[in-house]
Design a binder for this molecule. Sequence first.
Ligand code: MN
Length: 209
Amino acid sequence: MRLMEDGALCVHAEGKPSALQALVSWLRCAVEPNSVADQPVRVEGHEQFAIRGVPAGVFVVQEHQATAHHFDLRLEVGGLMRSWAVPRGPSLDPAHKRLAVQVEDHDLAHNDFEGPTDGGAVIVWDRGSYEQGGRVPWPEALERGHAVFVLHGEKLRGGFALQRTRDGDKPQWLLIKRRDDHARPGSNIVAEQPESAQSGLTLEELLDD
Ligand code: MN
């Protein structure tokens, strides 16, 4: 259910035609009959989460040991990689709300960078393509501070949401796995699968060199 800007209540319902007809009839009895309008919607892959997927480009998650250890989530938007530093890394557990601090955009050419750095190291922890979702088109969804998307990575798959919680110099967001077939409650994907999606190396192995 969704409260629209004009004050109307929008209900999205799925089920057998007879059940939907019964629901509409019940609503017409419960409120002013002429105030209830119904219209069919096209059933799509991610409709159950209100995610309308639009193939959008590539994503990468780089594990980065710098002054502090973190993961950099980068999503291709308008020819650049929008970037968030996620201190604890992404999770497939929908109960985990991971702090994601927005950082400067990166060039696409940086996506496959892996190796030692001055005082640290970087691995390509996961990568793949993604779909932009939600009812608000991107990049407006990001500007508004709520963006949903579907990742097709080697480790991260399915729906995710980014929700901005604090604006300012370094905007703070929460990265949350949406409940779908790819959710894995209780899991700890960054600990379970530490190796690079590119080389198979772990960050520890690079740091030991
Ligand atoms: Mn970083």
